[in-house]
Ligand binder design. Structure first.
Ligand SMILES: NC(=O)c1ccc[n+]([C@@H]2O[C@H](COP(=O)([O-])OP(=O)(O)OC[C@H]3O[C@@H](n4cnc5c(N)ncnc54)[C@H](OP(=O)(O)O)[C@@H]3O)[C@@H](O)[C@H]2O)c1
Length: 328
């Protein structure tokens, strides 16, 4: 029996329960992992609350995409991993089928990557998800080039901070947006060339001012909702506005006359495509080796504090990844 986080109904953080369950054997193509750290994603709070793009189809429901740990057992047909391998899981499956919140987790081998040397379990759950998302949207699909200005909303989120690193890594220029002045200095220290505090400054006017009236060549938006009108007006002619999250609302206008290109990004398109995932993995490993990709752990909680960790995530005070550690 292993401690696992399950929930019996959609709702607030208190629906999360830590229970002893029989994990079972890994099936064909699956691996069983002894979990050391779990990285919280906004998607999991949304899945728990019943407002994610898919909802649990049975209860009790599992939760969680991102864990790091050690392979403990492999299922039939798995040749690429062996017990003892230090690995991380990525969002390449449905939480209806798999979840990693617990002492042990079974996941498809296709959703497992080896951990880079020199990074601990907590750091690697802050690495893969955020950097795969940032690379996928900005480099792989976005084609951002050196010298381009990239406006990043919710920049203190784990994906936002990864985006700052990726943009700097390729020689482009990151502008970070945050709602309050509380995180301004930390965003500058994290590599933002400019910070826009959206509760105090007009994001469109400031972006145009910073870019000499041109606008940002690429806008990477986690907020959505009505704010995209201002972001569209801050996008350069010929530029791209990519919406990849819905922190501010799901009903989002499509400001036809302002942006040449506006589209959505979904990391599943990358993580479920072996060729694209392989390129992404190489890019991220290179950034880690170069020391320019710095996964940021904001705060850690124990597994028994999982409900508290979700409350903390949803209070939005974080700067980087909220992590739950297991054992040790
Ligand atoms: N499309 C994909 O494939 C994909 C993949 C990964 C993540 N995502 C999405 O990316 C977003 C970031 O994920 P994460 O897990 O890195 O987030 P996170 O760490 O939970 O980010 C939270 C930060 O976002 C800002 N924020 C929260 N609510 C906001 C609002 N209503 N308006 C403006 N800013 C707000 C806050 O920063 P300030 O207080 O500093 O403003 C907060 O600290 C989420 O929406 C998530 O669903 C999408």
């Amino acid at each position: 029996m292993r401690k696992t986080v399950l929930f019996d109904a959609e709702g607030g953080p208190d629906v999360l329960q830590l229970v002893d369950v029989e994990i079972g054997e890994p099936g064909p193509g699956e691996v069983r992992i002894d979990v050391e750290a779990i990285g919280l994603n906004r998607a999991e709070a949304m899945f728990r609350a019943g407002i994610y793009f898919e909802r649990p189809d049975q209860f009790p429901a599992k939760l969680g995409y991102s864990a790091s740990g050690v392979v403990e057992r492999t299922g039939p047909g798995v040749t690429e991993f062996a017990p003892g391998d230090r690995v991380s899981t990525i969002a390449a499956f449905s939480m209806r089928d798999y979840g990693v919140y617990g002492e042990q987790a079974i996941v498809p081998a296709s959703a497992v990557l080896r951990r880079p040397d020199g990074l601990g379990a907590a750091e690697t759950v802050a690495l893969w998800g955020p950097f795969l998302t940032a690379y996928g949207a900005i480099v792989d699909e976005g084609g951002v080039r050196p010298g381009d200005v990239v406006l990043i909303t919710a920049a203190s989120s784990s994906v936002g901070l990864a985006a700052i690193d990726v943009v700097n890594h390729i020689g482009a220029v990151p502008i970070a947006a945050t709602r309050t002045a509380a995180k301004r200095e930390r965003l500058l220290a994290a590599g933002a060339a400019h910070v826009i505090v959206t509760n105090e400054e007009d994001i469109t006017a400031r972006t145009l001012e910073i870019t000499g009236g041109t606008g940002a060549e690429f806008v990477f938006d986690a907020v959505a909702g009505e704010g995209v009108r201002g972001l569209a007006a801050a996008t350069a002619k010929g530029g791209t506005l990519v919406v990849y999250g819905a922190l501010g609302g799901r009903e989002t206008p499509f400001p036809l006359w302002f942006v040449p290109t506006m589209r959505l990004f979904n990391a599943f398109d990358l993580t479920r495509d072996p060729k694209r995932l392989r390129r992404a993995e190489h890019f991220i490993r290179a950034g880690v080796r170069a020391g320019t990709f710095r996964p940021r752990v904001d705060r850690t909680f124990d597994l028994a504090e999982v409900a508290e960790s979700h409350r903390y995530l949803e209070a939005n005070g974080q700067f980087g990844k909220v992590v739950v550690t297991v054992g040790g």
